[in-house]
Every structure is written in structure tokens, then in C-alpha cells.
Design a protein around this ligand. Sequence first.
Ligand code: GTP
Ligand code: MG
Length: 138
Amino acid sequence: MERTFVMIKPDGVRRKLIGEIIGRIENRNFSIVGMKMLTPSRQLVEEHYAAHRGKDFFEPTVEFVTSGPVIAMIVEAENAITLMRTMMGATNPLEAAPGTIRSDLTVSMRENLIHGSDSPEAAATEIKLWFPELFADK
Ligand code: GTP
Ligand code: MG
């Protein structure tokens, strides 16, 4: 079993697509083992996208992801990281395959509904970043 960090971005919440997106994840028989709704701080999102710091899309992406509530989730399945990325579809809507969340539900490169960790290292880092309470010393 593998765990990945998944976020429904503010456009997904605003467009009332939480049920649609979670439905797809559950229909695939993935287990949601952690979930919360929050409006993330700039500090949290800058850290989340630290790998993109300095790129031209960094600032607008941070603005967008901090613009309202998101749904943060820990999703568990065999090969969860790769399978979630496949279900999400490519970042560029021109390349997102039909049947994927991004292809079926949006045409925007920025307002692209969902984030999923792109490697085991990213998944571990992002789960710690978004769910620090799970790692706090009792
Ligand atoms: P995330 O799951 O959000 O990390 O998306 P991703 O892994 O498919 O893409 P990536 O990590 O490369 O980029 C993070 C976010 O920055 C994307 O979701 C887009 O919203 C935005 N982004 C990435 N590349 C571009 C780009 O070339 N142009 C623009 N405008 N935005 C981009
Ligand atoms: Mg990414």
C-alpha cells in the first residue's frame, strides 16, 4: 500500500465539484485515510510549491491556491501516487487525456482542480506539511 497527498484546489470547491472528484477517487476503490477543509496560508502553499519558486507561474499559482478553501486528503492504494497522477491528467489541458479529471472538468492550466504528489519523496514531504498533527509527539 502506498499513500499520496491529494488536494482539491479552490476552483473545485467553488465549482461544487468536491463530490464529483471524491466520487472518482472512491469509485477507483482508493481509501481516503485523512481529510480536512482549510484555506491554506501563503507560507504553507509557498512551501508546498517550493520546487517552482522563481518560475513565472509561481506567484499566480500561490495566489490561486490561497484564494479559498481547499480539501486536503491522504489517499491510500497500491501505486496510489502514479495512479492518482494518471487519473488527474496532464497539467497542460492540451495534453490531458480524455477521461481524466482535468480533461473532463476544466480547460485551465492554472485552475486545474486537483493536485497529487508526483513522487514518493514529494508524497512523504507533502503529507507531513499538510497533516503535521499526525506527526506531533503525543
Ligand atoms: P500540481 O499537482 O498542482 O503540482 O500540478 P502539476 O504537478 O500537474 O504541475 P506542476 O507541479 O508542474 O505545476 C504546479 C502548478 O503550477 C500547476 O498545477 C499549474 O497550475 C501551474 N503551472 C505549471 N506549469 C505552468 C505553466 O507552464 N504555465 C502556467 N500558467 N501555470 C503552470
Ligand atoms: Mg506538481
